[in-house]
Design a protein around this ligand. Structure first.
Ligand SMILES: C[S@@+](CC[C@H](N)C(=O)[O-])C[C@H]1O[C@@H](n2cnc3c(N)ncnc32)[C@H](O)[C@@H]1O
Length: 349
């Protein structure tokens, strides 16, 4: 309880009216000040990232090197470093400065979902939140915006992601390796195909098709697949997934359901059912489980944007299982993993 709250509580109710209101306003003001601090440090970090600081500070630097790099005077650089250190972004010792261990891991090239992905998504979400409050229609999403979303949702396939998949995700979902060994793989709404590219590096025999609707996103996915050297095994197609016409081909499939608008879902599931072989397995991820009290506020913000895009938000694994069942799938189980819950469904034999 704040000093003002205590003062108000101590006073007799009749006399406390105006002070009560002062205490109430203080509570709200403290809340706003907390948001202001977060917004300000986010603005600082994003601006410094745009100006190259976060890459520059992957290595130990002296303040003098930073002054030369940034073109800012020594006093300003020192003040910025104090802010960054106070927020756990950099560490200073022996006349040198560097990103803190956790920010180094986040900004480094091998991060799963990296600092750039997060900051770009944060900027996009701020813009869309403003639009949601101003405009009555659906929220616009340009192709570059779709790429920002895909990068932050999927992350980058690399050494860290591979270790996560090898040591945690794949062992927790044995149906996945069974499907990958049994035949072709289908990734529906692949985005930047982090999952498919990571799996392709783990299973050399894996081959399949990854489908993405947005050309700018698919171009980045092709670039990443080329860097992985798997374009001979993973066929990235730019198309509406509903139009895939390769019946009875695939042994396993993943559906990025949170990104599919309501009016496309039944047809997408019908395509998945016909594309899988009898007995083929479909994985559907629950993206937004019911939040606990601590998570509820952030959940409402994500919901505001998703609903603005016309995609159903917060569908639970049980609801997703019902959706797949209505499309003709058999529900094998709801799997609990460290990456959340997935519905494991299969095409009836
Ligand atoms: C953000 S990605 C999901 C991340 C991905 N699972 C990964 O591992 O990187 C989902 C993608 O589904 C795509 N999508 C939505 N509707 C689609 C459709 N009808 N056909 C093909 N792709 C679609 C969106 O463009 C979006 O890029």
């Amino acid at each position: 309880m704040s000093t003002f709250d205590e003062a108000v509580t101590a006073l007799d109710a009749a006399a406390a009216g105006p002070l009560d209101r002062f205490a109430l306003a203080s509570t709200a003001r403290d809340q706003v000040e907390g948001w202001v601090n977060g917004a300000q440090v986010l603005t600082l970090l994003t601006t410094l990232r745009d100006r190259g600081w976060t890459q520059f500070l992957l290595e130990r630097r002296t303040p003098a090197e930073l002054e030369e790099f940034s073109g800012l005077p020594s006093g300003r650089v020192a003040d910025i470093l104090v802010v960054l250190e106070a927020h756990g972004i950099v560490a200073q010792a022996d006349g040198h400065v560097q990103l803190s261990a956790s920010f180094e891991a986040l900004a480094a090239a091998d991060a799963w979902i990296g600092l750039d992905d997060l900051l770009d998504r944060s900027e996009l979400m701020s813009r869309l939140t403003r639009t949601a409050a101003e405009e009555p229609g659906p929220l616009p999403l340009s192709e570059p915006d779709a790429l920002v979303i895909a990068r932050a949702a999927g992350g980058a396939a690399g050494a860290v992601t591979k270790a996560l998949y090898e040591q945690i995700f794949v062992p927790q979902l044995p149906e996945l390796s069974e499907a990958l060994k049994a035949g072709a793989w289908l990734d529906v709404g692949c985005g930047v195909a982090c999952a498919t590219l990571t799996l392709s590096s783990m299973f050399p025999e894996m081959e399949g098709v990854a489908i993405e609707l947005v050309p700018t996103v698919a171009a980045e996915t092709v670039r990443r697949a080329e860097a992985f050297g798997v374009t001979d095994r993973i066929d990235i197609r730019v198309m509406d997934a509903r139009e895939l016409d390769e019946p009875d081909r695939f042994a396993g499939a993943f559906w990025a359901q949170p990104f599919f608008p309501e009016q496309t879902r039944a047809e997408t599931l019908a395509m998945l059912l016909r594309s899988l072989k009898p007995g083929g397995v479909l994985f559907i991820q629950e993206m937004e489980p019911q939040p606990d009290e601590a998570e509820r506020a952030a959940y409402t913000l994500r919901r505001l944007i998703s609903e603005g895009w016309g995609v159903p938000f917060g569908r639970t694994a049980e609801q997703l299982a019902d959706e797949a069942k209505a499309a003709g799938f058999a529900i094998d189980r709801i799997a609990q993993t460290d990456f959340g819950r997935l519905v494991v469904a299969s095409r009836p034999a």
